[in-house]
Design a binder for this molecule. Sequence first.
Ligand SMILES: C[S@@+](CC[C@H](N)C(=O)[O-])C[C@H]1O[C@@H](n2cnc3c(N)ncnc32)[C@H](O)[C@@H]1O
Length: 248
Amino acid sequence: MSNQDTKLFIAGCGQRFPYHMTVETIELLSRCSRVFTVLPSGLLDLMPLELSSRCESVWDSYRTDRPRLQNYRDVVAKIVNGLDTWDGPVAWLTHGNPIVFDTVTDLLIRYGSQTGTHIQVIPAISSIDTVLIDVRHDPSRGLQVFDATVLVRDRRTISPDTALLLLQPRFFNSDMPLLEEEAGIPDFGPLVQFLLQYFGPDHEGVFVRSSRRWDEPAHVAPRQLKALSQVTLHEIADSSLYIPGILP
Ligand SMILES: C[S@@+](CC[C@H](N)C(=O)[O-])C[C@H]1O[C@@H](n2cnc3c(N)ncnc32)[C@H](O)[C@@H]1O
C-alpha cells in the first residue's frame, strides 16, 4: 500500500502551539477533510481559518468521572466511526510528539493493523525534547525514560549513573483524569521508596514544566528525593521529573 492511500494521519502540535506545528504537519492537515483534536476549541482559533474550520475538538469526551482509558476509547470511536464517510483522509492532532505517551495514538495504530487501515504517524516535537533543553541534558550521556507509575508498578531496573526522566508524575498511581481543581498531590511514597534503592535521600530531582512560548521561562521545582511529596500542585501540573545520574 502506498503512502498516498493513507486514511488517517496522526499528527502532533509540539509543545508550543501553534509555533511548533511543522510545515509538513500543516500541509498534511490541509489535505484532510476532518481534523479531530484534543486541543480545546479556544486554542484552535490560533490556526489559519482554513485549517481551524475543519477541526473538531473531542474535549467533551475527556470526562473526569471515569478512568482515562475510557475517555481515550471514546475518542478513538469518534475518529474511526466516520472514517469511511469522509471524502479524503482524516487526521488526529494531539499534544507534543504523537507517539510519545499517547494512548489514543496507540489504540489508533492497533485499529489500523487489525483492520488494514493505512495510517501514518507524523513526527513532532515532544516535551522530552523541550525538557532536555530546559535541563541542558545531552542524551549522548545516556537517558532513561519511563512513565512514573509504570517504573514502580513493573519494578523496572534502572542505572543510577544515568539520568532518569519520569513522565506523568501528576498521575502517579491514578487511572483517573485529575483536574487542577480536584487538587491533591499523589502519594509519592512508593516512588520515593523505589528511587531510594538507587539514589541517596539527598539526591536532587527537578520537576520541569517547559514553557509554551520562547519568551517565557520553564518552570523548575528542585526537590531532594526524600522530599518529593513536598511539591505543590502547581509545580507538578503538566511537569516531568528529571533526576540526574550520580556522577562517578
Ligand atoms: C500524556 S503525556 C503526552 C506527552 C506528549 N505526547 C509529548 O510528546 O510531550 C503527558 C506528559 O507529558 C509531559 N509533559 C507534557 N507537557 C509538558 C511540559 N510542558 N513540560 C514538561 N513535561 C510535559 C508530562 O510528564 C505529562 O504528564
